[in-house]
Design a protein around this ligand. Structure first.
Ligand code: FAD
Ligand code: NAG
Ligand code: NAG
Ligand code: NAG
Ligand code: NAG
Length: 590
């Protein structure tokens, strides 16, 4: 404890200095590693990982063979090869930015599993100026798509905040930004056509491309398909005339979030709210369109997605670890205050020009919606990466994203506030990251999209390197998680979350049966299913073993599901009494 007293301020100073350095130099960083590594090129024995280097169950995904088609015909023949040979198939993008192991093919180890990567299938982006649509190959990176359409005087209205995703991957998982206006914040609701490669009869060559149009019922199955229907080869998005946005962040108190969130979403086209419970702070994003001739050439380069010096990432992680080991909540709160103060100072990464000089920040849609400067590299700067790069012992965290029917969100906020009021400091661990990021998603016709206007909330929290290590205040995150998914009717974001969030997920989607009917029609042999996608979609109750609740593999019902040896026992929630959480209980050590 004694040394962590000077360690913390020293590290914070270092953190800030190096941050300034990377901001002023505006350097880019080493690109993320390829998600696929093979022993022998193209041969047996490849491992697929996600961009964090760990799936939600931490088990590596072994695949027998990987292929990298670069044209639609090559994609078709890869599916034909798999169909002819009776292989299980999944697709992965060049990025693999999804947390659940849905891109992992196979049922029984790596045998008979085949992976198709879209990393090299990214050459075509066709902009149709007359119809205001763009059609892109599935592997096209979101940033390239946006830059191309902006260059033609058009804008894509919705996108996730993170640009390190592919066109095919992002729609597959229901990725969203934030909006209740127009077609809404989910990207798949701006999709007006999808080409899908599906298995076919021998007489048709074992695989075929089907072109699903805007008016086809099938589009509602294909908009959000979790990679379960076939390989998406092309996606057609609707666009609008290029526009600008004007953004102001209001760092204020959190007293009335539960009363104001709906008005906020209705008043601002791209509204969101970042809530830092331990600091009683809510940051309202006032964000609307302005005329294209409004002056301003601003950029949103979100702090969390900027390049990080490897030294900083390691120091921050080391600090967090030492605070965890020392059970030092105060230290976490210092870190949370510093981070929040810094975010306020730099407006989360908004810049009017070279730096942030004041609100509002006005800029083009293409520069304001989504960011990810840590993705790009001069190969010379190997000392800079994305903060979570698995090659560096940097940030390692969970990400829970719960999506609520709009009306039910108020009850959730009230419950979280009650839990916060028990001891606000317990929430510092989440405020070190981005607090609770609250975003808006409009009702969708997609069978696996949101059936009603919804509110999505994301929060990140410390994940231990060793899965058997319990974490400081983990009972709090577990209670919030169970409140969201089992009390207030939230659905898990398909691309995030720990396993328990998916319990009974199929019963939360009124059109789930329609999705499965489309799957049966397009993929009668279940080629595009796997042990891992079955587990997410169909599991009712997890198999429980020692320590299973520590990493969200199960909900504890006995102490052994937590870590009795380290003083963590299975207890009831403090506010949501039905919750079962692993809580540090000192008496057990006596
Ligand atoms: C730092 C970070 C920030 C994020 N921010 C947001 C956010 O603001 N909003 C949000 O909604 N999400 C967000 N996400 C989640 C992200 O949008 C999704 O994980 C997205 O699906 C990732 O796209 P990808 O191209 O990496 O897909 P992958 O992870 O490679 O694939 C995702 C799934 O789609 C399938 N798939 C991929 N391509 C195809 C294809 N061509 N045909 C058929 N199936 C395919 C895969 O099998 C897999 O099941 C974020 C993720 C990260 C890492
Ligand atoms: C890998 O897949 C390709 C088809 O893309 C096939 O031609 C090749 O034989 C496969 N290799 C192995 C080792 O299975
Ligand atoms: C699983 O694969 C192994 C070989 O990898 C094989 O021996 C076994 O029979 C398979 N089991 C099933 C149920 O297919
Ligand atoms: C910020 O929000 C508060 C309410 O919490 C409001 O009183 C204040 O006027 C807002 N500030 C700006 C600049 O809009
Ligand atoms: C901006 O454009 C609008 C119409 O598109 C026009 O009415 C307005 O005068 C223009 N403003 C400036 C400053 O050019």
């Amino acid at each position: 404890m004694a040394d962590s007293q000077w360690l913390l301020p020293a590290l914070l100073l270092l953190f800030l200095l190096l941050r300034m350095d990377s901001i002023l130099l505006r350097t880019a960083s080493m690109p993320p590693p390829s998600p696929v590594t093979c022993n022998s090129p193209g041969g047996d024995g490849c491992i697929l990982r996600n961009a964090y280097g760990a799936w939600n169950d931490r088990l590596d995904c072994h695949v027998q063979n990987v292929t990298y088609p670069s044209t639609e015909e090559e994609l078709r023949s890869a599916v034909a090869y798999a169909a002819r040979s009776g292989l299980n198939v999944k697709v992965v993008s060049k990025f693999s930015h999804t947390i659940p192991k849905l891109a992992c093919p196979g049922r029984n180890g790596s045998a008979d599993s085949f992976l198709i990567s879209t990393a090299n299938y990214a050459s075509t982006i066709d902009v149709d100026m007359t119809n205001l649509v763009v059609t892109a190959d599935a592997g096209v990176p979101l940033r390239e798509l946006i830059d191309r359409v902006e260059g033609q005087g058009l804008s894509l209205v919705a996108a996730p905040y993170w640009e390190g995703v592919s066109v095919g991957g992002l729609i597959s998982m229901g990725a969203h930004g934030s909006s209740w206006w127009g077609k809404g914040g989910a990207v798949h609701d701006h999709v007006v056509g999808i080409s899908l490669v599906v298995p076919a009869k021998e007489s048709e060559g074992f695989a075929k491309v089907i072109r699903i149009q805007a008016q086809d019922q099938l589009l509602n199955a294909a908009r959000v398909s979790l990679g379960m229907l076939g390989v998406i080869s092309k996606v057609k998005f609707s666009l609008e005339r290029r526009f600008k946005r004007s953004i102001t962040y209001n760092f204020t108190d959190d007293a009335r979030i539960e009363e104001t969130y709906m008005d906020h979403a209705m008043k601002y086209e791209f509204a969101d709210i970042a809530w830092y419970p331990s600091k009683h702070t809510a940051v309202y994003r006032y964000d609307n369109r302005v005329l294209l001739n409004t002056s301003g050439d601003g950029v949103y380069d979100f702090l969390g997605f900027q390049s990080n010096s490897v030294v900083v990432s390691k120091s921050v992680r080391a600090t967090e670890k030492s605070l965890e080991n020392a059970r030092n909540v105060d230290g976490k709160c210092v870190l949370a205050s510093t981070t929040l103060g810094y975010k306020k100072l730099i407006a989360n990464g908004l810049r009017n020009g070279l730096i942030f000089t004041g609100y509002p920040v006005i800029g083009h849609q293409g520069k304001m919606q989504t960011s990810g400067s840590c993705l790009y590299s001069p190969p010379s700067r190997t000392d800079l990466t994305c903060a979570w790069d698995p090659r560096v012992d940097g940030l390692f965290f969970y990400e829970t994203t719960a999506i609520f029917p709009a009306q039910r969100f108020a009850g959730f906020i009230q419950d979280v506030k009650k839990l916060r009021d028990v001891n606000p400091e317990n929430f510092c661990g989440v405020d070190i990251y981005n607090g609770f990021l609250i975003r808006f998603i409009k009702a969708s016709k997609a069978y696996l999209g949101q059936p009603e206007d919804s509110v999505a909330v994301d929060f990140n929290y410390y994940r231990a390197n060793d899965p058997s290590t319990p974490r400081l205040n983990q009972d709090v995150w577990e209670e919030v998680e169970q409140m969201a998914f089992f009390k207030h009717g939230a659905k898990p974001h398909w691309a995030k979350n720990r396993k328990l969030a998916f319990l009974n997920v199929r019963n939360k989607y009124p059109n789930f049966a329609k999705f499965m009917a489309a799957k049966k029609q397009l993929d009668p042999q279940n080629m595009f299913s796997s042990e891992w996608s079955d587990e997410i979609l169909f599991r009712n109750e997890a198999a429980k073993g020692d320590g299973c609740a520590l990493e969200g593999q199960c909900i504890c019902s006995e102490d052994s599901h937590c870590s009795p040896a380290k003083g963590y026992l299975c207890k009831a929630g403090l506010v949501y009494k039905e919750a079962r959480v692993c809580r540090y209980t000192q008496s057990s050590e006596a």
